[in-house]
Design a protein around this ligand. Structure first.
Ligand code: ME8
Length: 512
């Protein structure tokens, strides 16, 4: 079976923490792409996410909670799954690095690489940061501490017999891949940063741990496999490598791998070198999303400045958060989170521009036409702009440009609002111009039907509510190919009033 499935992945999240909106951002991005590819008729789609459960950091967190690591992870994983359910994340597969199939696949990968001479014996001596599970060269340390600005913890001197992946041997091939694929890592700033890192040369990578018991054992030895080697292989083990090569062939290479920019080196240097060693094709695109920051610092558990999704969805709805996070900044660029900005955007773009439009149009339809879609009037040209908006949204989402897609949709929302103002259905009604009123109401309802289909990848619940209020069946807009034809709304269709999709939220009174 050849590759026939659009394959999207997120990072695997550490189970020493529970989701904040930074994690949600990457996962919702993957969900938008997955939903888009499902409705945009590109064929099959597979969306993978999951959890990264091995390593000292997780073992320490479990010990602090007084639980065996696996039991600890079992509980935390439920919280990740619940958070994704609450945010309407439609993943197709959730992998845990403690899954038996993954563990055995990683052991097989390790043994294969060792057998073919890509993993070799050596001695490791160096400075190790437990929190980041990373070895740091002495020159990088800042006052004897981890140089990761989010961490800054004391590093430890580690000396042990070890196994090394011969990363340095892949430098030239990696360099050639970067140069022949200038868009395989995005945004361009990420490609530049990694290409220049490659020019600086590569050290071999220590891929065993004698001191870490909570990990995948190296068969026949008292060591475990380095947690990053273990975790990064999930993208292929989840797809069936090496136990189900038939399935694997339909999925691999991944079409889009979404990550945060702090893990670029792992995903665009180490990961492709491992794939080259396994003689597998490289992912088509690795896209590093920007960071959500708070007062200039990355939102993270270690900084202690996290906002949990539930704190926001209680007040604004899930779809509002899914919208606002992507309307605010281009994907790949950092942006600062503030509830103030969220509230402003929510009330202006969702409650006012979109929510009011739906309520206003459908209540006119109920008032003037008893909720029945009237006949379409020939000769209007509204379809032209909607068809070109559809093309722009497709182009943007194909290009992982979420904000571009939303702005193309909101241009149409704005145009429908203007159309209401200019065509004045209430005046047509008063004047008894029935044919004109019919045509106008038809266009408005059909325009709203299109908007519901187009917003579906971003806001599935609101899309579904408007879609079914218009008497449409199935997943909103599935598929765009079939459902997005101007005139698809059948005259005679009865429409119901949906609940207001985005009720206005008033600013909380500031404390006196
Ligand atoms: O790094 N802004 O897991 P992790 C935007 N287990 N995205 C953010 C973010 C923020 N403030 N904070 C987190 C790991 N993220 C490893 C990955 S992959 C084989 C192993 C997102 O739990 C972003 O995608 O620390 C980042 O890369 C990921 O969460 C890190 O999650």
């Amino acid at each position: 079976m050849p590759k026939d499935t659009f394959y999207i992945t997120t990072p695997l999240y550490y189970t020493n923490s529970t989701p904040h909106i930074g994690h949600a951002y990457s996962t919702i991005a993957a969900d938008i792409l997955a939903r888009y590819h499902r409705v945009a008729a590109t064929g099959r789609t597979h969306f993978l996410t999951g959890t990264d459960e091995h390593g000292q950091k997780i073992a320490d967190a479990a010990a602090a909670a007084g639980k065996p690591p696996k039991e600890f992870c079992d509980e935390i994983v439920e919280r990740w799954k619940r958070a994704w359910r609450d945010l309407d994340i439609s993943y197709d597969q959730f992998i845990r690095t403690t899954d038996a199939v993954h563990e055995s696949a990683v052991q097989q990968i390790f043994l294969k690489l060792r057998e073919q001479g890509d993993i070799v014996a050596g001695v490791y001596e160096g400075w190790y940061c437990r929190n980041d599970e990373t070895f740091w060269p002495e020159a990088k340390l800042i006052d004897g501490r981890c140089p990761n600005p989010e961490c800054g913890r004391k590093v430890e001197w580690v000396s042990e017999d070890a196994w090394f992946f011969r990363l340095s041997a892949y430098r030239d091939r990696l360099g050639a891949h970067f140069h022949s694929h200038p868009a395989w890592v995005r945004p361009a700033s990420a490609w530049n940063e990694m290409a220049s890192l490659l020019r600086g040369g590569l050290d071999d990578l220590c891929v065993s741990r004698a001191s870490v018991a909570w990990g995948i054992p190296i068969p026949g030895e008292d060591k475990t496999i380095y947690v990053w080697l273990d975790a990064i292989c999930n993208y292929i083990t989840a797809a069936g490598y090496p136990h189900d090569m038939e399935r694997f062939a339909t999925l691999w290479p991944a079409d889009v791998q979404l990550i945060g920019k702090e893990i670029l080196r792992f995903h665009t240097i180490i990961w492709p070198a491992l794939l080259m060693a396994l003689d597998l094709p490289l992912p088509k695109l690795v896209f590093a999303n920007g960071w959500i920051t708070m007062e200039g610092q990355k939102m993270s558990k270690s900084v202690g400045n996290v906002v949990r999704p539930a704190e926001l969805t209680d007040r604004y709805s899930v779809d509002a958060i899914r919208y606002v996070l992507f309307a605010q900044a281009p994907f790949g660029v950092d942006f600062s989170f503030s509830e103030e900005a969220l509230l402003r955007r929510y009330n202006a773009e969702l409650a006012n521009d979109f929510g009011n439009l739906v309520q206003r149009v459908l209540s006119m339809l109920v008032r003037y036409r008893q909720g029945v879609v009237p006949a379409r009037s020939p000769g209007d040209e509204l379809n032209v702009e909607f068809e070109s908006a559809l093309a722009s949204v497709r182009e943007c989402l194909q290009d992982v440009d979420f904000r571009g897609a939303l702005s193309a949709i909101w241009e149409r929302v704005g145009a429908l609002n203007l159309y209401v103002e200019q065509s004045k259905p209430w005046v047509l009604h008063k004047a008894g111009d029935a044919a004109m009123l019919d045509g106008t109401l038809y266009n408005l309802c059909e325009g709203i039907r299109w908007i519901a289909a187009l917003i579906y990848p971003f806001m599935p619940a609101s899309a579904a509510s408007v879609w079914s209020a218009l008497g449409q069946t199935g997943v909103p807009g599935a598929t765009w190919e079939e459902r997005l034809r101007w005139g698809g709304l059948a005259p005679g269709q009865t429409v119901t009033m949906p609940p207001s999709p985005f009720p206005r939220v008033e600013r909380e009174a500031s404390p006196a």
